[in-house]
Structures are given as structure tokens and as C-alpha cells.
Design a protein around this ligand. Structure first.
Ligand SMILES: NC(=O)c1ccc[n+]([C@@H]2O[C@H](COP(=O)([O-])OP(=O)(O)OC[C@H]3O[C@@H](n4cnc5c(N)ncnc54)[C@H](O)[C@@H]3O)[C@@H](O)[C@H]2O)c1
Length: 431
């Protein structure tokens, strides 16, 4: 098939590369000349494991084309996916300005024939219908357009694998023909197929993210009880998670969820509920607990750090990505800077993005151990693999004081005690 993606971010670029690799002819439309030139030269602009190789391979095979020109891509396409951002407005609602403006562009550039248009962007219930209304208003008469919601569930850090092996492919539409076109396109991918109506498909995405956020906030809430009672959160959650009705996956205590999806989607779902007259106090509580989790951790550092010079390992909102949007690290570092701390940082992939946010307010290092020298304590914020088996004796030698604050419980308290550290983690007794 010939397909087009509007947007070349974490969703658009990854999905475009995977569909090109499966043999489709794929166009990707952007809006910035320099970025399109870089992509056509094989530079992915974002970090995702395996992405650069897949991009280069499919450019070489001439199955992937980056362009600014809707006219080059849209008229030829069987399917057009909208994969632009849907950031939160000040009031928490999803901002659909870009989705709706690219819908109009799509409509204006259609020629003849049949096209399926589908939002991969996470959008409130009713948005795909609005997209169709906009396209119908501006498209030429001889073209026929149908919409289908095909929400995206990939996770940054494992996006390529997730796209090839999704747990499920959700397709929502009023049109059997549109569903069949998308089923055919997704044929080589694994995963269950859920075929449904537009509203259900749109709501499935928000519900999934709300459930993931719930699990994290619930784990954090229990960690507060553990810290107040001396119980051990990991043991409590291990035991609870063994109940097959509950499960342990994603019930992770820490400094809360971040990234470009969960924080904004919880807020957007709350707004959708408020409009519908649904009581959304539950969603507000998830959000509040998320904020409390990082505030709790910031409080521990301020209270127990032996000095005001700290080293931070891990800036991205989770491992294996360079994405720092809504990352707990940005909130924690901002709070510490306000309290007069000096902060030295290391991250395997997110230094460049962090430099854009913090400029010369931080000291940046390319090596985790060099970050430690002359600092009073180490704060581990993101659980990158390379931190899990770090040489802790070396860490102790390099720090001015043997103090570690661990936001992800990646070390064993007994082990740290034996090595002579003061160790503060989440929902476990300090040693
Ligand atoms: N990142 C994830 O893990 C993930 C997973 C599932 C769903 N989603 C959803 O998918 C959507 C996109 O997320 P993302 O992380 O890829 O965002 P992103 O910010 O990484 O990418 C957005 C892309 O849209 C492009 N864009 C913006 N305005 C444009 C315009 N007028 N014309 C053409 N391109 C334009 C940007 O240049 C960028 O390439 C969001 O709704 C998000 O909630 C994201």
C-alpha cells in the first residue's frame, strides 16, 4: 500500500519506518525544511533503539520519503495517518489545533479515489468525526474519504518491537471498508485485533494510559504507608502482585510517571469526564499522588543530603529514550536548583535535550563516574541498565560522602549497607 504519516515524532517516524520495512511505500510529511533534509539523509532526530538502522535501510530501498509537500504524498495514499502532537492546554484539555489544521490540509490535497484517514495521535472522543467533517468541507467532490480510529500503544524505548509485536491492534470505524483496509495494512503485525466503533477506539487509548498511571500512583501511595510504618514496599507489592487478578507489572513505586503521554492523557481524560458530567475525583487523585511522589523524594534529598552539591544519574523520563518531556528529573532538578543546590548530570541519551531546558544551570558529563567527583551525594533518577550494576565501590571513592538517593529502588539496601553507604530509596527503610 501507499501510506502517509503527518508528523515524524516518536509515533510518526517509528511507525512509518516499520510499515516501510514491511514493504509499503511510505511518505512522511513534516513542516520544517532542515528536519526533512536530515531525515532524508538518514538522521532520525530522536533516539530510539534500532531506529537509525531501519531508517537508513528503508531510505536506501526507496520505500520511505520525507517531504513538506502534501501534494506529493496525499493524493497517492490509500491511508493517511495523523501523528502530530496533542499537547495539553493550560486547562488540561488536549490541544487539537494541529490535528484539525492538518486534517484541512489533507482534505485540500485529496484528488480522486478512496482514502482512509486515521488519527494515531491520542485524541478525545469525537475527534475523528470532526476530522471527517473538516475534510468533507474542503475536499474535491470526486474523492471519497472515510475515517477510522487506530490508536497507538508503542512505548518509547521499545517502540520498534512494540510496533511489530503489539498486544492489540485497535481499529474503530463506522465503515467496514475502512476497517478492511486497515486490517490488510496491519496483517503482518502480531497481536489481537479489536474491531469497534470510533468512540470506543478513542476511549480505549485514554483508558489504557489512565490504568497505567493508576498502577504507578497506587504503588506510590502504598510506598507512603511503608515509609510511615517501616514496611517494605517491594515485598508488599511482590506479594500483592502474585494474586493473578492483580499482577505486579507496572506497579512500580518511584518518583511517578512522566513523559509526553501519561501526565497529559490523565488530565485530558479528566477534562473529557468533566464535560460529560462524570465524577472525575479518582483521576484527580492519581495526578495528585504522582506529584506527591516526586515531592516526597525531593524532601528526602533536602533533608538528608550532607551538602548542596549533588550528582544526578538519569534524566530521560524512562530508560532507552532521549525524551525528557514531563520527566521527573526536570521537576526534581528545578526544585533543587531553587534550594541552592549545584547539580552535575549524566544520562546516556538525554544530555542534549536537558541542555536545551537547563542551559548552563547544570554541569554536564559524558561519563557517570566523572559526574561524581567533588559532589556530596548521588541521586539516581532513571533506571538505565548501566546504573544497575555500577561499580559502587568506585562510586563511594569518588563522592565526598557515601550517600545515594535512589528514585527507582535499583539497589539492594543490604548490599549498600555492607558497602558503607547511607542509602535512601522509595518505600523502604533507609540504611
Ligand atoms: N510518544 C509515545 O510514546 C506515544 C505513544 C502513543 C501515542 N502517542 C500519541 O501520539 C501523538 C504524537 O506523539 P509523539 O510522541 O510522536 O509526538 P512528537 O512531539 O514526538 O511528534 C509530533 C510530530 O508532529 C510534527 N508536527 C507538528 N505540527 C505539524 C504540522 N502542522 N504539520 C506536520 N507535522 C507537524 C512535529 O514536527 C513532530 O514531528 C500524541 O498525540 C501522543 O499522545 C505517543
Amino acid at each position: 500500500m501507499t501510506i502517509t504519516f503527518i508528523g515524524h515524532g516518536y509515533v510518526g517516524l517509528v511507525t512509518a519506518c516499520v510499515f516501510a520495512d514491511l514493504g509499503n511505500n511510505v511518505f512522511v510529511i513534516g513542516r520544517n525544511h532542515d528536519k526533512i533534509a536530515k531525515l532524508n539523509a538518514g538522521e532520525p532526530l530522536i533516539y530510539e533503539p534500532g531506529l537509525k538502522e531501519l531508517l537508513e535501510k528503508n531510505l536506501k530501498a526507496k520505500r520511505l520519503h520525507f517531504t513538506l509537500d502534501y501534494g506529493e504524498a496525499v493524493p497517492k495514499s490509500d491511508v493517511v495517518f495523523i501523528a502530530v502532537g496533542t499537547p495539553p492546554k493550560e486547562n488540561g484539555e488536549a490541544d487539537l489545533t494541529t490535528v484539525l489544521s492538518v486534517a484541512e490540509e489533507i482534505g485540500r490535497h485529496l484528488k480522486s479515489g478512496y482514502t482512509v484517514v486515521s488519527c494515531k495521535s491520542t485524541v478525545p472522543v469525537g475527534t475523528n468525526t470532526r476530522v471527517k467533517e473538516i475534510i468533507d468541507r474542503v475536499k474535491p467532490q470526486q474523492s471519497k474519504v472515510e475515517v477510522a480510529s487506530c490508536p497507538e500503544f508503542l512505548r518509547e524505548g521499545t517502540a520498534l518491537l512494540d510496533t511489530l509485536n503489539p498486544d492489540r491492534v485497535v481499529i474503530g470505524s463506522d465503515s467496514r471498508k475502512a476497517i478492511d483496509v486497515l486490517l490488510e495494512l496491519h496483517k503482518p503485525l502480531n497481536g489481537e485485533r479489536i474491531i469497534t466503533d470510533l468512540s470506543s477506539a478513542e476511549l480505549i487509548k485514554y483508558t489504557s494510559n489512565a490504568m497505567l498511571a493508576t498502577k504507578i500512583s497506587f504503588a506510590n501511595l502504598i510506598s507512603f504507608y511503608c515509609e510511615a510504618t517501616g514496611a517494605d514496599v517491594e515485598t508488599v507489592l511482590d506479594a500483592v502482585g502474585l494474586d493473578k487478578r492483580i499482577g505486579r507489572v507496572f506497579m512500580s513505586p518511584g518518583v511517578g510517571y512522566g513523559g509526553s503521554c501519561l501526565p497529559k492523557d490523565i488530565k485530558a481524560l479528566k477534562k473529557i469526564g468533566d464535560r460529560l458530567g462524570v465524577d472525575t475525583a479518582f483521576l484527580a487523585a492519581i495526578d495528585n499522588t504522582n506529584i506527591k511522589a516526586r515531592e516526597n523524594f525531593i524532601g528526602k534529598i533536602i533533608k538528608h543530603s550532607p551538602g548542596k552539591k549533588i550528582a544526578v544519574w538519569g534524566l530521560s523520563f524512562k530508560p532507552n529514550t532521549d525524551d525528557i518531556r514531563e520527566a521527573p528529573s526536570t521537576y526534581i532538578i528545578t526544585a533543587l536548583l531553587k534550594k541552592g543546590f549545584t547539580v552535575s548530570v549524566y544520562d546516556p541519551e538525554a544530555l542534549e535535550n536537558s541542555r536545551r531546558v537547563f542551559g548552563n544551570k547544570l554541569k554536564y558529563f559524558d561519563n557517570p563516574y566523572e559526574t561524581l567527583q567533588g559532589n556530596d551525594a548521588l541521586v539516581v533518577i532513571t533506571e538505565w541498565n548501566e546504573f544497575k550494576q555500577a561499580d559502587l565501590s568506585k562510586v563511594k571513592k569518588l563522592l565526598l560522602h557515601p550517600v545515594i538517593f535512589d528514585a527507582r529502588n535499583i539497589y539492594e539496601p543490604a548490599n549498600l549497607k555492607e558497602l558503607g553507604f547511607h542509602y535512601y530509596s522509595i518505600g523502604r527503610k533507609p540504611v
